[in-house]
Design a protein. Structure first.
Length: 266
């Protein structure tokens, strides 16, 4: 299963990282950070549809992105059209890096989420050091003890957490954690099939205070219309934005379409 392979590779990468900068050194750097994180939760909780624009170079399901614009031009467009930015830092399967994250951090004031396969407190401290406002925790790769430890550590450091689930059982675990932001991955990480109905179904399990995010699989007007009128606060968009010539125009179009379709659905 690809998810097991990704996690195994991530464990090797973490050990390599610790050989360069020790756990204690990374922790000290994180605790010394003076930058005050921007609330990811508040950015997504505001009225209307919030959009998280993603930066990634590749994915196992799609391959290398057909990137139409340079990083700086992309972030300029994101700055003018989205509520938050996601950056992949996983190296082996998504061709990400913390260097990309730091480049983007230097040219945006929007809240940023470090999107990675986080399994070790070291990565949480590193997220703080590189300027993350939020981290992703994937329920499927963590037991309850790990999930609680990493979740609480992130908040102790002033960051938010997007807790990612894929099914009812994982949603119950996220709710049990009292997660403030829950994302449903519409892509099955085991076989990469996409089902937007996953977000629609699981959204009914969360309360009004929780920010609910639909992740992955949005690529057409029909997808946006399908999600409109549902209990969705935000949509994370990766491939569609990465391969668009004008992600700013696409974000504006989809936000308007979501609002219109939502009104019609009432």
């Amino acid at each position: 299963m690809i998810l097991d392979e990704i996690v195994a590779d991530k464990k090797k990468r973490i050990e390599e990282d610790k050989a360069r900068i020790s756990y204690e050194e990374m922790k000290a750097l994180a605790l010394a950070c003076e930058r005050k994180p921007v609330s990811f939760y508040e950015a997504l909780k505001k009225p209307g549809l919030s959009i998280i624009g993603e930066f990634k170079k590749a994915s196992p399901s799609h391959g290398t992105m057909d990137n139409q614009i340079e990083l700086t031009d992309r972030i300029d467009m994101y700055n003018a059209s989205v509520s938050a930015i996601s950056c992949l830092t996983e190296q082996d399967h998504f061709l990400g890096s913390v260097d990309y994250f730091k480049q983007i951090r230097a040219i945006t004031n929007l809240p940023m989420i470090r999107k990675d396969f986080i399994i070790d407190p070291y990565q949480v401290f590193e997220a703080k050091v590189i300027g993350a406002d939020c981290i992703l925790l994937i329920v499927a790769i963590l037991n309850d003890k790990q999930l609680t430890l990493l979740y609480e550590l992130a908040y102790e450091l002033g960051m938010d957490v997007l807790v990612e689930v894929h099914d009812e059982e994982e949603m119950k675990r996220a709710i049990g954690l009292d997660a403030k932001i829950i994302g449903v991955n519409n892509r099955n990480l085991k076989d990469f099939t996409i089902d937007l109905g996953n977000a629609l179904r699981l959204s009914k399990m969360v309360d009004d205070d929780c920010v609910f995010v639909s992740e992955s699989g949005v690529s057409t007007d029909a997808d946006i219309a399908m999600l409109a009128g549902s209990r969705v606060d935000a949509i994370l968009i990766g491939t569609a934005f990465m391969e668009a010539e004008n992600p700013k125009a696409l974000a504006t179009h989809w936000r308007g379409l979501f609002d219109t379709a939502g009104e019609q659905a009432k």
